[in-house]
Design a protein around this ligand. Structure first.
Ligand code: PRP
Ligand code: ZN
Ligand code: MG
Length: 226
């Protein structure tokens, strides 16, 4: 006998800029989340839902591969993973259920404050460190500028000081990180917010019903926050 649980799987960021807000949104929608720190899976006690707490970068892939049914993720990460999967000939299908009212940030190029920066042409032949190589590459191509891109998963903001790059391309929210590292924002290449995505091939009746029940609540909570 096969056991099918039918529980809806929602991927959320384990820790980072979106985790608190994603969780709060679900809680405000009436989900009773049984949260124990360090747990990969958190059960929702009053609905057939499980939360998978993972790294934000993994969320688009989990939904695109149908491993999770829904996911809360930043558009910046979603777009970067989509571009990468297109290049690798992998599936990158998903549906956006809602654009959310949190997680706002921009992906920007920044250079040392003392640099006399006039335009993107000043970066011709220079080195840029980033966690978003495909978004950056797309932008540079549009502008007709050739740069060397250094791929860093973290501590991007220290790359210029460490002599690893001339500039960086990273997320900016308040600007405090750039300020603290003697950098100035010179080009905004992508504006992002958090979105709720769904896997394309979701067909389970029970799960679709659950999503139908959840969506008006999400819209309601967002309207109440306005
Ligand atoms: C981003 C970015 C900076 C910081 C900028 O990291 O990499 O470190 O936020 O924010 P600020 O302008 O308000 O100082 P994030 O929190 O997204 O974490 P991650 O890079 O580990 O995903
Ligand atoms: Zn991240
Ligand atoms: Mg960071």
């Amino acid at each position: 006998m096969t056991v099918t649980t039918n529980r809806l799987r929602i991927a959320i960021q384990k820790s980072g800029r979106l985790s608190q807000d994603s969780q709060a949104l679900l809680t405000n929608c009436g989900l009773k989340i049984n949260l124990r720190e360090q747990r990969l899976i958190a059960h929702v006690e009053n609905m057939d839902i499980d939360l998978l707490r993972v790294r934000d970068d993994d969320i688009p892939g989990l939904v695109m591969d149908g491993v999770c049914d829904l996911g809360f993720v930043g558009e910046n990460v979603l777009e970067e993973v989509s571009l990468q999967r297109q290049l690798d000939n992998e599936s990158y299908d998903y549906t956006v259920l809602a654009r959310l009212d949190f997680g706002g940030c921009r992906l920007s190029i920044a250079v040392p404050q003392e640099e006399d920066y006039q335009s993107i042409k000043d970066l011709e032949g220079r080195t840029i460190a980033t966690t978003y190589p495909r978004l950056l590459n797309r932008y540079l191509k549009q502008k007709g500028v050739n740069c060397r891109i250094v791929n860093l998963k973290g501590s991007v903001e220290v790359a210029p000081r460490a002599g690893l790059a001339d500039a960086i391309c990273d997320l900016v929210s308040t600007g405090a990180t750039l300020e603290a590292n003697g950098l100035k924002e010179v080009e905004v290449i992508y504006r992002s917010k958090a979105v709720l995505i769904q896997r394309r091939d979701l067909a389970d009746e029970k799960q679709l019903k659950l999503i139908k029940k959840l969506m008006p609540r999400i819209q309601g909570v967002m309207q109440a926050n306005e």
